[in-house]
Design a protein around this ligand. Structure first.
Ligand SMILES: CCCCCCCCCCCCCCCCCCCCCCCCCCCC(=O)SCCNC(=O)CCNC(=O)[C@H](O)C(C)(C)COP(=O)(O)OP(=O)(O)OC[C@H]1O[C@@H](n2cnc3c(N)ncnc32)[C@H](O)[C@@H]1OP(=O)(O)O
Ligand SMILES: NC(=O)C1=CN([C@@H]2O[C@H](COP(=O)(O)OP(=O)(O)OC[C@H]3O[C@@H](n4cnc5c(N)ncnc54)[C@H](OP(=O)(O)O)[C@@H]3O)[C@@H](O)[C@H]2O)C=CC1
Length: 515
């Protein structure tokens, strides 16, 4: 019997960010492995015209939760959605709900965050720092609370090359920054943002570091642990391989590359691609929740959830495997054939952007205009290149994260727990994982059916022929223009033609002689 699964039995668990990528997988695993847990409280806000209840219903009716319903048919009763907005005071939770949360919660998993790289500092601080502070305040009023698990990111200290499982000091006191957000206006905040974030690439990594500092400072008597995952990717094994549900991290780029929009990228092929499957992260989260509550470590432990130092894969290898999979299982209606290059040189990158990205977009828009349709490709391409430029920081560097605590925890687990809550990424086969990842993106993000694969392959063959025709036509036009303008080109041309003529005459004459 799994000790971890048994531990969650009868517990009341509070999850923030349960409607997010990681939150959904966490809920699924909890319900599947501990169907006798008491309740999962989730803090949800209405969104996109849907009430909190409608959102939860839609989530539970998705494919991700199909297996859960077999072991836990009363899954709807186990989840209690609480209306909350983490940007509001007291999270806008009603008095009754707050009372229930304070008196009943046993474990907290704090996953909610803004993961956008371009969020204005005010918003990122509000969600990633102030909301964390408020949640800690709530936690300190929970008499039954056994553990508070805070999800940060392995990139919170990406300004360092080697990162230990410790909290690094921030140049600015988080409380002072929170206070200053009250009276500074947006224009001033925007102006000072680059100075504040310093050598970090964006407001996301900066505010996640501040969030960790807040956890450290406000931990009081709480039993806290911090988990720092690297780039979280599709599921590896559970509940089934390849599940993804948003465009963050590599997902959007995989679509862009598979559809032939993105054909080159400024990335170091040898740099470590520190991707970690979401189910691995969730297994570690549940193991950490158990360990923190049962063993009550004296200080806040930090756990790195990364793949780089245990089972490294680099971007070059990942790119090659992506291309091989696109060949085998192509995406439908591709813009161009997937075929791309990595470059670390900024000028070469500009060149490829012009030739491989902007020029085809302009030509396609011209074609759309000619056929009476609205041009859209240039706009789309500009957006894609902006996104790529924001992710470039992470694909041109390698980091070293120490994993003593994570390895210690692995050794603490019983063989059964090591199997059920497996976070040993050494067992991951990258080639198989990437193939399943692409298939998952195709099925769950693009909603494409496997029955369309032959037609998609046919479409790629057509694109290849168009590509050859286009290049041949371009070459002939360029040559024609050249010989019309240059005497040297004309001489070369006459030399080639007369050489061919002589060769053919000789060939004909020698074949006549033989007869
Ligand atoms: C050796 C030789 C080899 C040769 C072979 C080479 C083959 C190579 C093939 C080429 C490429 C291969 C691709 C490989 C993939 C690897 C790259 C992976 C890089 C991953 C780096 C991630 C680093 C993460 C580090 C930190 C991890 C974390 O802790 S947090 C989680 C990460 N957070 C994010 O990812 C959020 C990022 N997103 C944003 O910040 C914003 O969305 C944005 C700023 C990017 C865009 O904002 P904007 O306001 O413009 O738009 P938005 O409204 O958000 O969306 C607009 C449209 O764009 C779509 N979108 C959104 N995100 C992405 C994305 N990541 N990629 C693509 N598209 C995206 C969005 O859906 C919108 O679409 P529409 O609705 O249709 O308008
Ligand atoms: N994905 C990744 O690659 C990585 C993620 N992480 C960390 O993991 C955690 C989870 O990330 P992930 O699941 O990918 O992120 P998502 O963006 O998928 O989910 C974010 C969650 O936070 C919720 N949320 C945001 N704002 C509010 C608000 N004002 N009130 C209530 N809820 C809110 C969202 O709710 P709603 O659905 O209503 O928007 C959603 O449930 C984060 O802390 C992130 O920093 C760390 C490393 C890598």
């Amino acid at each position: 019997m799994s000790m971890i699964a048994a531990f969650y039995g009868g517990k009341s668990i509070l999850i923030t960010g349960a409607t997010g990528f990681m939150g959904k997988v966490l809920m699924e695993k909890l319900l599947r492995t501990s169907p006798n847990l008491k309740v999962i409280y989730i803090l949800v806000r209405p969104k996109a015209g849907q009430t909190t209840q409608q959102r939860v219903l839609q989530m539970l009716n998705s494919k991700l939760f199909e297996k859960v319903k077999e072991v836990c048919p009363n899954v709807h009763e186990k989840i209690r959605a609480i209306y909350a907005d983490l940007n509001q005071n007291d999270f806008a939770i009603s008095k009754e709900d707050m009372q229930e949360l304070l008196s009943c919660t046993d474990i907290i998993f704090h996953c909610a965050a803004t993961v956008r790289f371009d969020d204005p500092l005010r918003h990122a601080v509000q969600l990633n720092v102030t909301a964390t502070q408020q949640l800690l305040l709530m936690a300190s009023q929970m008499p039954k609370l056994e553990a508070f698990i805070h999800i940060s990111t392995a990139f919170s200290n990406c300004n360092l090359k080697h990162i230990d499982e410790v909290i690094y000091p921030c140049p600015v006191e988080p409380k002072q920054l929170i206070d200053s957000m009250e009276w500074l206006d947006d224009a001033i905040i925007d102006e000072i943002t680059p100075k504040l974030i310093g050598d970090r690439p964006n407001t996301y990594t900066y505010t996640k570091a501040l969030g960790e500092m807040v956890v450290h400072q406000e931990s009081g008597n709480l039993n806290i642990a911090i988990i720092r995952p690297s780039i979280v990717g599709a599921t590896w094994q559970e509940p089934f391989p390849g599940w993804v549900d948003n465009l963050n991290g590599p997902n959007g780029l995989i679509i862009a590359a598979g559809k032939g929009f993105l054909r080159s990228i400024r990335a170091a092929p040898k740099a470590v691609a520190d991707v970690i499957p979401v189910d691995t992260v969730v297994n570690l989260m549940l193991a950490v929740g158990w360990y923190t509550a049962v063993h009550r470590p004296k200080s806040t432990l930090i756990y790195h959830c990364i793949s780089g130092n245990l089972n490294p894969c680099n971007w070059g290898k990942m790119g090659i495997q992506l291309l091989a999979t696109f060949e085998k299982v192509p995406f439908e209606r591709a813009f161009r054939r997937p075929n791309a290059d990595f470059t670390t040189n900024a000028i070469t990158n500009q060149y490829w952007n012009a030739v491989s990205h902007r020029a085809p977009a302009i030509i396609y828009d011209f074609y759309l205009r000619l056929t009476g349709r609205k041009p859209r490709m240039t706009k789309l391409m500009n957006r894609l290149l902006r996104t790529v430029s924001m992710l470039e920081y992470f694909v041109n560097r390698s980091w070293e994260w120490s994993t003593y605590n994570t390895e210690m925890l692995m050794a603490e687990l019983s063989p059964e727990d090591q199997r059920v809550f497996n976070f040993d990424v050494r067992q991951l086969n990258w080639l198989e994982y990437i193939e399943n990842y692409v298939l998952g993106v195709k099925k769950y993000l693009l909603k494409e059916d496997m029955a369309g694969v032959p037609e998609a392959k046919q479409h790629l063959r057509r694109l290849r022929n168009i590509h050859y025709l286009f290049n041949t036509a371009l070459f002939l036009i360029a040559w024609r223009l050249l010989i019309a303008r240059s005497q040297i080109a004309r001489n070369v041309w006459f030399f080639i033609v007369s050489f061919c003529y002589k060769f053919l005459s000789y060939f004909r004459a020698s074949s006549t002689l033989k007869v």
